[in-house]
Design a protein around this ligand. Structure first.
Ligand code: 13P
Ligand code: SF4
Length: 309
């Protein structure tokens, strides 16, 4: 009697058949991270997508990340397990008002967080991620006014770090990070008095002001692993716990629930499942399909960001 394949075996076989690479963001379920060829933050995954030379990218993250991978690989197939894996920041920033802003202020520099639609990227001068946003803003001549979009908390943080005054900030927010209440962080800090606080820059200022370290998901993991401290309160999506526990099993990590879901999970990221990943590799759907013109225009600000060391 033939043994039936497990879901994991099916995915591994399909990966070979399709000459696929599996890229996973830190906010994916642990079982997806375990199968991935690379797990990373949005900047690392964009770099991995750029350096890829197989046929298919199975992007286990949210749609804008897969669109970015497609722009870097126009002739390859890019699939995402769930087409509805969006992002509240993308939804907070439609392309038409950005185009209108561009028409009104042709001399301003539009810096777009990578958490934007492909249409918004195509209107932008340069992109950034949470990891390099300060560096990107510092790379723009001081006499140029900047429109930073769409995350207001990241924008305010970057403004504080750079001291940049001529910077307008879009008022979008992440439903996960922006709803971490400082009172819950204070309570966690009182419960674990020796714990260091680490936070993603999409968190509100009151949370960031309490943090010992602010950075992207990979930067947070790296900082905790190398810190001499033993306990950490982690103000980001709890998917990072998977790498944290693997890399520093002797340390303790505490997550704080937000007011959106009373959890610390991104509802969009968590739409992806192993079953949907298997189907995406099998049927090569849902597939990212973009016009050549859109990809060419979005590639310019993306390459400018990736050219920064
Ligand atoms: P990173 O750039 O840290 O991967 O963050 C992406 C994101 O969506 C955070 O909510
Ligand atoms: Fe978007 Fe927030 Fe989810 Fe990140 S955590 S993908 S910013 S909704």
């Amino acid at each position: 009697m033939l043994a039936t394949k497990t879901l994991t075996e099916e995915i591994c076989d399909l990966k070979v058949e399709r000459r696929a690479v599996l890229l996973a963001h830190h906010y994916q379920e642990a079982e997806i991270q375990e199968l991935a060829d690379w797990v990373g933050d949005s900047l690392e995954l964009a770099r991995k997508a750029r350096d890829f030379d197989g046929d298919v990218i199975a992007f286990c993250g949210v749609w804008f990340m897969a669109e970015t991978a497609k722009v870097l690989n126009p002739n390859r197939i890019v699939v995402v397990p769930d087409r509805n894996a969006s992002c509240s920041l993308v939804d907070s920033c439609p392309a038409e008002p950005v185009r209108a802003y561009r028409r009104l202020h042709p001399d301003h520099v539009i810096v777009s967080y990578i958490n934007t639609s492909i249409e918004v990227k195509a209107e932008s001068d340069i992109l950034c991620t949470s990891r390099n946003a300060v560096q990107v803003v510092n790379s723009i001549p001081l006499d140029k006014t900047i429109l930073f979009l769409p995350d207001q908390n990241l924008g305010n943080y970057v403004q504080q770090q750079t001291g940049r005054q001529n910077m307008k900030i879009w008022q979008g927010t992440c439903i996960v990070h922006a709803t971490f209440p400082v009172r819950r962080l204070i309570a966690a800090s009182e419960a674990h008095p020796g714990a260091k606080i680490v936070a993603h820059p999409e968190c509100p200022k009151a949370v960031l002001d309490m943090a010992d370290f602010v950075g992207s998901t990979s930067a947070i993991i790296n900082w905790c692993v190398h810190s001499p401290a033993r306990e950490f309160i982690v103000m980001t999506e709890s998917g990072v716990g998977h790498s944290l526990h693997k890399l520093a099993p002797e340390k303790k990590f505490y997550f704080v629930a937000n007011e959106n879901c009373n959890c610390s999970e991104c509802p969009y990221m968590r739409m992806n499942t192993l079953e949907k990943l298997r189907d995406a590799l099998l049927y090569l759907e849902p597939r990212v399909d973009l016009t050549g013109d859109l990809m060419r225009r979005a590639r310019v600000p993306l390459d400018r960001m990736l050219a920064l060391k």
